[in-house]
Design a binder for this molecule. Structure first.
Ligand SMILES: Cc1ncc(COP(=O)(O)O)c(C=O)c1O
Length: 362
């Protein structure tokens, strides 16, 4: 068996040790003679799994006591509906502010506009989202039920280096492509949500971290399984949840802890990204797509100065075991998604390939 270095944006690679553990336990979980996907979500064994996931998250992300951890059906885009349905009634104006820093931010504000009055308070659409737009702080006011940001823009390779100060207005962050990749002050946020499929586990489920007092502002006719309070009251088990995804996430969290926690993983992520950005900056052959001040450490986007070479670049990369490097159609070029699970060796192999490809095509 040969495993490639998988640079796909998501579903993305998971740590090999996690996959091996899941494989090893798959047929017989904890001596039960049944698989983890065959046991009840109400069994004591699954209860231990979900409790361990909670505890690991609290420890790793330093989640304060007045926050709830929810495992919500439907992946990240379901949260584009759940956030306004749960929060828009926080103010009588039913207004919410959105920073539009990419395509997912746009999808989020379009969906929210079905439920309230949405204001785009900053946008970088004009420069094809190559940066995080500047926010005029005076554009956020007490009428806003919340401010929504996409903290890391998967398609464009940008991220917020500093988060907006919003005073009493809750900050809601879509952290799908970066949660647990860097240290955060959770208290700055009212809600953080993340689809699991990049840094946390399999697709189809979202992790939501919400400040407790924000559970009380839902619209009256909110569907039960989009209502955050249902999840908070029932420990995310009002119905049969995606037990396998929660189990996989628990394994990923254990792996993160073994790596030395978020601070250690952040150092590693910074080193991995720097290796690629330094190479891009030192060459005229490769051109970085994102503004240097707004670069992501999770998704590195770049073009070839001669775009005619792109197909050959991608084909030769694949031959060399470097998989899924094609950029998103909105940006073109190359995108290397280097989430927590991408080892330093993967970035070294890509950097070596890029140098060699430049040499042979210059
Ligand atoms: C930042 C961000 N938000 C939302 C999504 C959508 O996730 P899902 O497919 O789980 O709805 C993605 C997927 O790539 C993403 O990168």
């Amino acid at each position: 068996m040969t495993r490639v270095f998988n640079f796909g944006a998501g579903p993305a690679m998971l740590p090999t040790a996690v996959m091996e553990k899941a494989q090893q336990e798959f047929l017989d979980y904890a001596g039960m003679g049944a698989s983890v996907i065959e046991i009840s979500h109400r069994s004591k064994e699954f209860d231990a799994i979900i409790n361990a996931a909670d505890e690991l998250l609290i420890e790793l992300a330093n989640i304060p006591e007045n926050y709830k951890i929810l495992y919500v059906h439907g992946g990240a885009q379901m949260q584009f509906s759940a956030v306004p349905l749960n929060l828009i009634n926080r103010t009588s104006a039913r207004k919410a502010a959105y920073i539009e820093s990419g395509n997912f931010a746009k999808l989020a504000n379009k969906e929210a506009a079905r439920f309230g009055n949405i204001e785009i308070v900053a946008s970088s659409e004009k420069t094809n989202y190559d940066r995080i737009p500047d926010l005029d702080p005076s554009s956020i006011n007490e009428d806003h039920s919340y401010l929504h940001i996409t903290s890391n823009n998967t398609i464009y390779g940008t991220r917020f280096q500093k988060f907006p100060e919003t005073g009493n207005v809750p900050l809601v962050a879509d952290m799908t492509s970066e949660f647990l990749s860097r240290k955060l002050d959770i208290e700055k946020f009212g809600v953080i949500f993340a689809g699991l499929q990049k840094n946390l586990g399999p697709a189809g489920l979202a992790l939501v971290v919400i400040r407790e007092d924000l559970l009380e502002h839902a619209v009256p006719d909110i569907p039960n399984l989009l209502y955050y309070k249902t999840y908070a009251d029932k420990h995310s088990l009002a119905n049969t949840n995606n037990t396998f995804a929660i189990y996989m996430m628990k394994l990923v969290l254990e792996w993160l802890q073994e790596q030395g926690g978020i601070a250690a993983v952040e150092r590693q992520n910074t080193a991995k990204a720097k290796m690629l950005y330094d190479l891009i900056d030192q060459s005229d052959f490769y051109l970085g797509s994102a503004h240097p001040d707004h670069r992501s450490t999770m998704n590195v986007t770049f073009n070839l100065a001669n775009n005619d070479l792109l197909d050959d670049f991608l084909a030769k990369a694949l031959d060399g075991g470097l998989y899924a490097l094609k950029g998103h159609r909105n940006v073109g070029g190359v995108r290397a998604s280097i989430y927590n699970a991408m080892p330093l060796a993967g970035c070294e192999a890509l950097a070596e390939f890029m140098r060699e490809f430049e040499r042979s095509n210059s």
